[in-house]
Design a protein around this ligand. Structure first.
Ligand code: SF4
Ligand code: SF4
Length: 434
């Protein structure tokens, strides 16, 4: 069986053995759910109002923000500032859960074949489906391309190469029909495209499950890729599956591709055929401080501490709590923040990889260069960043860095290369935006 991959990358310790064979469990939320309205200026409910699961709570005039729906039935308790995973206070809609889980009437089952492409897009937009691979960008944004007939590949990212994370894998094992049906819906919108389910070659059980549903489909196939980090980054996937290279100034559309996560197409299937908004999420709660790690299906807005409590007592005090994987996740100050649509995991970890406070010396081993999937010179970029030399930083491709973290991870001197490069990139971007 051929394996597809990309230049560079690293072989990370997976830490998936504790959850990879565990069935997805539904975890019910507690008494209060919190829905942040980061840029949603239009709250559509008021305190005291009764809402149903699936009811629209807020929308924004900015189309890059997805709609927010309630994930439970209950009463709007307040609209007030609460903490989010980014460590900032933000206006939030607070729902008091009545624990009846009464849903809206989502209408009759719909065959995607009976819908026009515009109607499919409208259903995806109304359902507030976000692409979990793109920092919560609405999925319809990626699908609303200028020339649909030019798209040649719809790549569904079933890979999950960050350590500990297994909920996407479990989704492919347990619910492959939704992923394949979601892809079939998308292929209807892009008549000249072929569907690719890109998955790591070692995820054999998921490959077998997907294969059974695909049967002898002529326009969909599975591509088994080498297990390597960051195999699930968009540019790496496009290269591994099509051989096309794009840089940071180009989009997947320029390579005639659309790339979406498998959990996004799962939500698309739900939205288009059942009219169901995206108000649940699959994620993994794990880490070396978690007693009984789990793959969970949870309601958006649930407080993270309730999810961790569902895994039993912590075995140790974590040094760090992450939302997402250890390579690219967000460091949390505490667990009293709500689940969002793009969340993939909650990890409670001992820190076995503390970085020194000051940037240590480079010993010139070159490991960071070997692993850089963008074929950059991370040590040189860090030097230019520390010197504040923007011109050289840009000339040597600093803006191409995808912030995968591989160079920092591999560096024997434990230099925080990614962090230094990221800071310079942000500085340059904010200068360009002004
Ligand atoms: S973080 Fe940037 S520089 Fe470092 S390996 Fe990844 S792409 Fe290369
Ligand atoms: S891996 Fe670290 S020590 Fe080695 S060349 Fe890169 S920055 Fe220097």
């Amino acid at each position: 069986m051929a394996h597809f991959t990309f230049h560079g990358g690293i072989d990370l310790r997976e830490h998936k053995e504790r959850t990879k064979d565990l069935l997805i469990e539904e975890i019910l939320p507690g008494k209060q759910l919190v829905f942040p309205m980061q840029h949603h200026e239009n709250a559509l409910v008021i305190p005291g109002e009764y809402v149903l699961a699936g009811q629209l709570l807020a929308r924004s005039d900015d189309e890059s923000m997805s709609r927010i729906h309630s994930s439970v039935s209950g009463v709007v308790k307040a609209i007030e500032k609460r903490m989010t995973i980014f460590g900032e206070l933000c206006p939030c809609i607070i729902i008091e859960n009545d624990e009846k889980y009464k849903e809206m009437d989502f209408g009759d089952f719909v065959e995607a074949d009976d819908l026009e492409n515009r109607q499919i897009l409208a259903r995806i937009m109304s359902a507030g489906v976000v692409d979990t691979a793109s920092n919560g960008e609405p999925a319809y944004y990626k699908l609303d391309v200028k020339e649909p007939n030019k798209i040649r590949h719809i790549i569904i990212n079933c890979a999950e190469c960050e350590p500990y994370l297994t909920s996407k894998y479990r989704c492919a094992v347990e619910r492959p029909e939704w992923i394949v049906e979601g892809l079939r819906i998308l292929l209807k919108m892009f008549p000249n495209a072929k569907g690719i389910l890109a998955i790591e070659n070692e995820q054999q059980e998921a490959i077998t499950s997907l294969q059974k549903i695909l049967a002898d489909s002529r326009n969909m196939k599975i591509i088994p890729m080498k297990r390597k980090y960051p195999q699930d980054a968009e540019r790496m996937l496009i290269y591994a599956c099509t051989g096309k290279k794009i840089n940071s100034s180009k989009t997947a559309e320029d390579a005639r591709c659309i790339v979406l996560n498998s959990d996004t197409v799962y939500a698309i299937c739900n939205a288009v055929t059942f009219g169901k908004p995206m108000y649940k999420r699959l994620l993994t709660v794990s880490g070396d401080c978690v007693e009984n790690p789990k793959n969970m299906e949870v309601s958006i807005g649930t407080i993270l501490s309730e999810l961790v409590a569902a895994t039993g007592e912590m075995t140790d005090n974590p040094d760090k709590i992450l939302c997402g994987g250890p390579m690219t996740g967000t460091l949390l100050k505490n667990l009293e923040v709500p689940v969002t649509k793009e969340m993939t995991a909650v990890l409670c970890l001992k820190d076995d990889y503390k970085r020194p406070e000051h940037t240590p010396m480079c010993i010139g081993c070159g490991y960071c260069v070997d692993v850089c999937n963008e074929q950059l010179l991370p040590t040189r970029l860090a030097k230019y960043a520390l010197e504040g030399n923007m011109e050289k930083f840009v000339k040597f491709g600093g803006m191409e860095c995808c912030e995968c973290g591989s160079c920092s991870y591999i560096c024997p001197s434990r230099r925080g290369l990614t962090q230094i490069i990221r800071m310079m990139k942000n500085q340059i971007k904010s200068g360009t935006e002004e």
